[in-house]
Design a binder for this molecule. Sequence first.
Ligand code: FAD
Ligand code: FES
Length: 306
Amino acid sequence: MKTLGKLAVPVQQMAEVQAQRSLGAHAFHLCLLLPSFPPALPGQFIMLRVTEGGDPLLGRAMAVYRIERSRSRVILEVVYRVVGRGTDLLSRVIPGRRMEVMGPLGRAFRLPPPGTRPILVGGGTGIASLHLLAKVLAAARRAKSDRRFRDLDVLIGARTRKEILCRADFAALGARVRLATDDGSQGTRGHVAALLDKVMAEGKRRGHPFGLVYACGPTPMMEAAWRICERDKVACQVSLEGPMACGMGVCLGCAVPCRVESPDAAIVSPPARYKLMCTDGPVCDASGLEWGWEEGPAARPEGKAS
Ligand SMILES: Cc1cc2nc3c(=O)[nH]c(=O)nc-3n(C[C@H](O)[C@H](O)[C@H](O)COP(=O)(O)OP(=O)(O)OC[C@H]3O[C@@H](n4cnc5c(N)ncnc54)[C@H](O)[C@@H]3O)c2cc1C
Ligand code: FES
């Protein structure tokens, strides 16, 4: 499968807050201004470090939502929800405040192979990791008469109507956006993975099946999406968003079990190998993971939702 470009060497830089606005339900859209920044590919992330008296010590991982560059500056955007100390501090920064940014980090999504129809599915803040990908797919659709880019289907899941994120931005890219909420306050009632199942069945019935699912959200949601893909023999790329400390392969704190492909290693009961989410991911083929791991105390609160 073709990559979307070459991964740039990450840098560490100071950024200035250009703007921050509330999206409701403790979610925010932050715009950072930098003199320069390497190109970020869809699925890559940055570590943002905003501290008060040195606390918290570590940066917080955020997907690159949008990146715009002109000759003299780069604007980096992230969309996030407040879940703890780091994101709470982030939500209180005002224009002019400076913070440390490291990135772009991790591996990126890969393009759908020729003739393959993709679908994007995001749960909670996971949808933020798919926006740059949607932008690239939308641009490819405009540039080519390739069948795989004919439609851009996006499914967004949230607990309630108020927590639905980024819908207008995806619609502005020309995407067909469908929604699922746990409480049924907007879109289909239930988990977004159930909506994926329905939409995939619809595609098959109409003779225009989906061949690749891009998923990001709470781990149980991504696992549910993968189970549907596994059953239907559809490829699935996921962007893992478990807790990270260093973000660059040093602390080994973000290891997730992966399937053992080598026949020699089959004598070792799985999980025998691990991937580091920050450097081997965050984007991985769902088929290569040994699903069902516990995220322990750091499991995202949204994990119970879609
Ligand atoms: C590659 C990547 C991209 C990400 N992109 C985004 C994004 O675009 N927008 C966004 O809102 N969030 C994103 N996240 C999650 C974000 O990094 C965490 O929400 C953040 O680090 C929490 O920091 P905190 O100090 O506010 O919370 P903490 O005080 O560290 O934790 C508060 C609560 O959140 C849980 N938690 C902390 N980190 C995570 C995590 N990574 N996953 C699940 N639960 C966690 C903790 O267990 C605890 O229950 C991303 C994570 C990764 C790994
Ligand atoms: S977060 Fe430190 S190794 Fe991945």
